[in-house]
Structures are given as structure tokens and as C-alpha cells.
Ligand binder design. Structure first.
Ligand code: MN
Length: 228
């Protein structure tokens, strides 16, 4: 293929214990998937079906790189999440078959310019500039499901400068990973290389320059990010 300008490099995520990388196609994120987080954001978790937004694939920050404090915000929030990487795609996937699509898992941060997101919510505008900005998606190395087995339980937590800020269990997900994949596949066709950020538990708060974030999900590589 001949292009009129150089094509963008393929976005990719590191894989634990391997030199090969996971090529990333799209990054989907689930909103309000833990009841206590939905409540802290002012919503009733019992009345909402899952909803989704996206980040650009090139927003990923991998390899333990620093995250520069983004422009245009004074309220940068952390959201620790388990990330699901798809090795297969499809549409209208039944819940019972959804786990067949999973290639693996990782620990990610859905970093959020909360002031811009809040303004967008108030004005009925899209969230993109609050959620999908440059370097908004730090991600630890992925682990293949062939090594971990299906992850449906376990602790998820985030420390900032050594202090626990978020802590929950994957059992507290309102929509399980399989339910999320199934629902999303009814809205768009999923493909190999898609990532799904599965939602964050309660305790989201602001971080600043110099803060060190340490995220964890049982059974996966921890995520370490410094805000610079
Ligand atoms: Mn999130």
C-alpha cells in the first residue's frame, strides 16, 4: 500500500514474559460499573444499563513510562480498572460465549480530566475531551488468559504515594466481563485487538505532578505510573 503521508505506528501493549506485543485496535471503556462509584458520581446504579465511551488506541502509556500532567485541566482523576484484551471478535455474542473472545487481561488507569467531563455532562456534550486525551490510558503488561484462567474475582486497588485510594473486588462489578462483552457486541462489531476498560470502583480523586500511582489486580502485573 502506498500512502500520501507516513501512516501512524500500530498501537500495541506489552505482554508479560514475552517480547511479542498485543496490537491494539480500539479502546472501549465502561461507565459506572461499580455501584459505590456510580453513587459517588451522583447516579443510581440500579437503574442503568451499561454504557460505553472510547479512548484512542494511541492514548495508551506502556512500559512503565511517566504520564505527563495533561493540558487544559486542574482536576486530573485516577480510575483504576481491570482491562480485558480481545483475541477474537464478533457481534451479538451471547453471555455464555463471551469469554471465548478474551485473549487476556491487564491493569489500567482510565485517567480523566474531571473538570472537562463535568462541564460536558452539564452541557449535554460528548465526554471525549474529558476522557480520550493524549496519554490518558496507562496500561501494565497484559497476561494471556491461557496462563491466568478466567478472572472473575479478586482484589482491585490503587495506591497514590503509598496510600490506598481505591479498593474493591471484581465481584462488585455490576456488569460482569462476559455481560459487558455481550452487551457491547450488540452495539458494535468487536474485533481482535480491542481492549475493554471494565470500570472503576469508588474512591476516585485528583492527582498532581510528582504523584506515584500503583495499581493492582490479583493475578496480574502491577501498574506503576509517575505523573510528571
Ligand atoms: Mn472509567
Amino acid at each position: 500500500m502506498k500512502y500520501v503521508i507516513d501512516p501512524a505506528p500500530q498501537a500495541a501493549a506489552p505482554v508479560a514474559g514475552s517480547d511479542a506485543r498485543f496490537p491494539v485496535r480500539r479502546v472501549y471503556c465502561v461507565g459506572r460499573n461499580y455501584a459505590a462509584h456510580a453513587r459517588e458520581m451522583g447516579h443510581d446504579p440500579d437503574r442503568e444499563p451499561p454504557f460505553f465511551f472510547m479512548k484512542p488506541a494511541d492514548a495508551l502509556v506502556t512500559g512503565g513510562a511517566d504520564m505527563p500532567y495533561p493540558v487544559a485541566t486542574s482536576d486530573l482523576h485516577h480510575e483504576i480498572e481491570m482491562v480485558v484484551a480481545l483475541g477474537k471478535g464478533g457481534r451479538d455474542i451471547p453471555v455464555s460465549a463471551a469469554s471465548d473472545l478474551i485473549w487476556g487481561y491487564g491493569v489500567g488507569l482510565d485517567m480523566t480530566r474531571r473538570d472537562l467531563q463535568g462541564e460536558a455532562k452539564k452541557l449535554g456534550r460528548p465526554w471525549d475531551m474529558g476522557k480520550g486525551f493524549d496519554k490518558s490510558a496507562p496500561l501494565a503488561p497484559l497476561h494471556p488468559v491461557s496462563a491466568t484462567g478466567l478472572i472473575e474475582d479478586g482484589e482491585i486497588w490503587l495506591d497514590v504515594n503509598g496510600k490506598r485510594r481505591q479498593q474493591s473486588t471484581l465481584k462488585a462489578l455490576i456488569w460482569s466481563v462476559s455481560e459487558t462483552i455481550s452487551y457491547l457486541s450488540g452495539l458494535v462489531e468487536l474485533h481482535p485487538g480491542d481492549l475493554i476498560f471494565s470500570g472503576t470502583p469508588e474512591g476516585v480523586a485528583a492527582v498532581g505532578r510528582g504523584d506515584v500511582l500503583h495499581g493492582h489486580v490479583d493475578g496480574l502485573s502491577d501498574l506503576h505510573v509517575r505523573i510528571t
